[in-house]
Design a protein around this ligand. Structure first.
Ligand SMILES: Cc1cc2nc3c(=O)[nH]c(=O)nc-3n(C[C@H](O)[C@H](O)[C@H](O)COP(=O)(O)OP(=O)(O)OC[C@H]3O[C@@H](n4cnc5c(N)ncnc54)[C@H](O)[C@@H]3O)c2cc1C
Length: 411
C-alpha cells in the first residue's frame, strides 16, 4: 500500500500525540511500515503530559489490573484488555526496562517519566511517521473521498483513516474532544472530572492545609456507605485529596456526600481507649492528648471540636465517657463533602465517546474513524490503570486502522 490518490495526504492521521496517540501511530506503523502516517498535535511538543504523570515517575501500568479497576463502560472493550494485558511487550519493544513496586504498580526502571517519553521519541525517529506539532484540529468531516481534517491555522489534510486521541478536559485549559466526536456523529457521554480532590464543608478544615494522614475512608451518600478505600489523604485549601480520596471521587455525583475517616484503622476501639487512658497523665492539657498519635494540628482540632476549652482543661479531668467519645471520633471522623473540585484539578475524566466496536475501537457511525485513550468512556482508579488503557487502546486502534487501510475495507 502507501500509494495515495494525489489529493490524499495520509493513509492514517492520528489526532493528538499523547500517550495513546503516539502508541496508535507506532502500532499502525509496526503493522505496516509502508503506510503514510501523520501524527498531529496542537501543542508545540508531543507527549508532554506523560512527563507529569506519577509525580514525574510515570506509573504506567499495574499487575493487579482487572476490569473492576475501571468504570462499567470498560466492559464493552474487554477484548482489547484481554488481547493486550502483556503491556511489557510494548515497553520491551521500546527498550524501556520496568520495575514493579510492592503494590503491583509499574514504573520505568529509571524512575523518571522522561525515560518513557524519550523511548517513544527514539522509536518515532526511527520511523517514517510524520509529526506535525503546533496546530490543533478543529474540524473533522468524513466524506466520500476520505476524512477531511481541518486545523486551527486554516490548513487541511485528507486521510483515509483517522484516529482520534485528543484526551479529555482533565487538567488542561480547553479541549475539543466532545466537539470532534459530535462532528463524526458518535454517541457522547458528557465529561465530568474523576480522580479529583473533593471540596469539603467547614472553615475549620482550612487550618489543616498541607497535612497528610493515613486513614481508612468511607464515602457515604445520604448517610450510607457506598465505597471504602484506604491510604493517604491530603488536606488542601478547602478540599481533601490524596490517592484514596481521588479514587472515591469517581463515585461522587449530585447528592449529600460525606467522608468518614477511621484514623487508626488497625486498632480496635478498646485498644485506643487503653492508649488514651495512659496518655492522659502525660499530656500537658486536653488539647495535646492526641499528639502522640496524629499530627498536632489535627489532634488539636479534633479535641477542640469536642471540648471547646481543651487548651485550658487538664487531660486528667477527662472522664471515662469523654475518652470513649474521643476514641469514637478517631474511628469515625465525619467530613462533609460539598462537591468535586473542578476539571483543572482532575487527573482524568468520566464520560467520553461511547458505543464503539469492542475490539477495533472503530466508530459506530463511520468505520474509517477510530478512537483511543481517555476520549473513550473508560476511566480507571489511581495506580497506572489510566495509562495502561492509553497504551492498550492506542495499540488496538492503531493496528485496526492499519489493517483496514491496508485491506481497503469500507473504501
Ligand atoms: C497530573 C496527572 C498525573 C497523572 N498520573 C498518572 C499516572 O501516574 N498513571 C496513570 O495511569 N495515569 C495518570 N494520569 C492520567 C493519564 O495521564 C491519562 O489518562 C493519559 O495521559 C491519557 O492519554 P491520552 O493519550 O488519551 O490523552 P492525553 O495524554 O491527554 O493526550 C491528548 C493529546 O492530544 C492533544 N490534543 C488535544 N486536542 C487536540 C486537537 N484538537 N488537535 C490536536 N491535538 C490535540 C493534546 O495536546 C495531548 O497532547 C495522570 C494525569 C494527570 C493530569
Amino acid at each position: 500500500m502507501g500509494i495515495l490518490p494525489s489529493e490524499m495526504n495520509a493513509d492514517i492521521c492520528v489526532i493528538g500525540a499523547g500517550a495513546s496517540g503516539i502508541t496508535a501511530a507506532l502500532a499502525a506503523y509496526w503493522r505496516d511500515p509502508s503506510l503514510k502516517i501523520v501524527l498531529v498535535e496542537e501543542k508545540e511538543r508531543i507527549g508532554q503530559k506523560i512527563l507529569v504523570t506519577g509525580n514525574g515517575r510515570c506509573n504506567l501500568s499495574n499487575r493487579t489490573l482487572t476490569l473492576d479497576s475501571y468504570n462499567e463502560g470498560a466492559v464493552r472493550y474487554e477484548p482489547v484488555f484481554r488481547k493486550s494485558m502483556a503491556d511489557e511487550v510494548l515497553f520491551a519493544r521500546l527498550g524501556l526496562m520496568l520495575y514493579e513496586d510492592e503494590s503491583g504498580r509499574f514504573y520505568p526502571y529509571s524512575n523518571q517519566a522522561s525515560s518513557v517519553l524519550n523511548a517513544f521519541l527514539n522509536e518515532l525517529n526511527r520511523t517514517d511517521i510524520e509529526v506535525r506539532a503546533g496546530s490543533g484540529v478543529t474540524r473533522l468531516e468524513p466524506g466520500k473521498q476520505g476524512i477531511m481534517i481541518g486545523f486551527g491555522n486554516g490548513e487541511a489534510l485528507l486521510a483515509r483513516r483517522a484516529i482520534l486521541a485528543t484526551g479529555s478536559p482533565a487538567s488542561v485549559k480547553s479541549n475539543r474532544s466532545e466537539e470532534l466526536v459530535r462532528q463524526v456523529g458518535d454517541r457522547f457521554i458528557p465529561f465530568v472530572p474523576a480522580l479529583v480532590p473533593l471540596r469539603i464543608r467547614g472553615e475549620q478544615f482550612r487550618s489543616l492545609k498541607g497535612i497528610r494522614l493515613k486513614a481508612a475512608v468511607a464515602l457515604q451518600k445520604n448517610g450510607k456507605t457506598i465505597r471504602l478505600e484506604s491510604g493517604e489523604v491530603q488536606f488542601g485549601d478547602g478540599y481533601l485529596g490524596g490517592i484514596c480520596v481521588m479514587d472515591l471521587s469517581r463515585y461522587v455525583d449530585d447528592g449529600d456526600y460525606q467522608l468518614s475517616l477511621d484514623l487508626i484503622p488497625d486498632r480496635a476501639k478498646q485498644g485506643i481507649i487503653s492508649f488514651l487512658d495512659a496518655s492522659c497523665s502525660r499530656s500537658s492539657n486536653a488539647a495535646a492528648l492526641l499528639n502522640g498519635i496524629l499530627p498536632r494540628r489535627v489532634g488539636e482540632l479534633l479535641m477542640r471540636s469536642m471540648f471547646p476549652d481543651a487548651f485550658s482543661m487538664s487531660a486528667g479531668s477527662l472522664t471515662e465517657e469523654d475518652i470513649g467519645m474521643v476514641a469514637d471520633l478517631l474511628k469515625r471522623w465525619i467530613i462533609p463533602v460539598s462537591s468535586r473540585c473542578p476539571m483543572s484539578q482532575a487527573q482524568v475524566c468520566r464520560g467520553g465517546v461511547d458505543g464503539l466496536d469492542g475490539e477495533t475501537l472503530s466508530s459506530a457511525r463511520d468505520p474509517r474513524v477510530f478512537y483511543c485513550g481517555e476520549i473513550i468512556n473508560v476511566d480507571g482508579r489511581c495506580g497506572g490503570f489510566n495509562l495502561h488503557w492509553a497504551w492498550i487502546s492506542g495499540k488496538a486502534a492503531g493496528e485496526a486502522a492499519a489493517l483496514s487501510a491496508r485491506e481497503g475495507i469500507y473504501e
